[in-house]
Write a protein that binds this ligand. Structure first.
Ligand code: AMP
Length: 215
């Protein structure tokens, strides 16, 4: 079983959906985006700082994000295997992660890269709704909740993220292309990369990846 995993792919590729499915296999889900949104909800200093970047689609500075992940990955529960979702997004983050995983002896086993066509990303992000309580993702056309505006899993209210708009998405996609996409080569060179096509349905994708992780 592959234990320590990075999920990579552009915004809208399905990292969050896949991560929520993989939790059932026992992984600890570490989403830097979720951590920042929690901090924003709590109104902390970190939240205020993160919000000033996130709402425009910009990346939160490396030193802040790296510090957050260092603290989280060193906690005891991560020993059973973790799923990094949305981190690393820049080369300095990937280098810091490489150093940290060596220090704490929790090496990355595989980097799952989700490929997705750009028009499909725009369609997915434009219609995305998220549960305010548990973060479960929905789509207004293709993945509706049973009751309009209410999360199937926890009954929480659904909302549209304030960075899921056209302006912020343009910025997010350009950060992805310029800063995050080069990490595909970074991990390819280290023999860690595994590519998957995110255009197949989320259930089929989960089955394929779950099998791969167990192999
Ligand atoms: P996500 O939920 O992964 O789409 O992240 C939402 C937003 O949080 C991103 O658009 C960034 O503004 C910020 N963020 C999340 N992860 C990182 C990261 N690794 N580095 C910098 N900013 C991040």
């Amino acid at each position: 079983m592959k234990r320590n995993i990075i999920l990579m792919g552009p915004p809208g590729a399905g990292k969050g959906t896949l991560a929520k499915q993989l939790i059932a296999l026992g992984y600890v889900h570490i989403s830097t985006g979720d951590m920042f949104r929690e901090a924003i909800k709590a109104g902390s200093e970190l939240g205020k700082l993160a919000d000033s970047y996130i709402k425009h689609g910009d990346l939160v500075p490396d030193e802040v994000t790296i510090g957050l992940v260092k603290e989280r990955l060193s906690q005891d529960d991560c020993a059973k295997g973790f799923l990094l979702d949305g981190f690393p997004r820049t080369t300095p983050q990937a280098e810091a992660l490489e150093k940290l995983t060596k220090e704490i002896n929790r090496p990355i086993d595989v980097v799952i890269n989700l490929d997705c066509d750009k028009n499909e990303l725009v369609r997915r992000i434009g219609g995305r709704r998220v549960c305010k309580n548990c973060g479960a993702p929905y789509h207004i056309d293709t993945f509706k909740p049973k009751v309009d505006g209410v999360c199937d899993l926890c009954g929480g209210p659904l909302y549209q993220r304030n960075d899921d708009n056209e302006e912020a998405l343009k910025v997010r996609l350009s950060h992805y292309t310029n800063q995050t996409k080069p990490l595909i080569d970074f991990y390819q060179e280290r023999g860690l990369l595994a590519n998957f096509d995110s255009l197949k349905g989320s259930e089929a994708l989960f089955d394929e990846i779950a099998k791969f992780l167990k192999s």
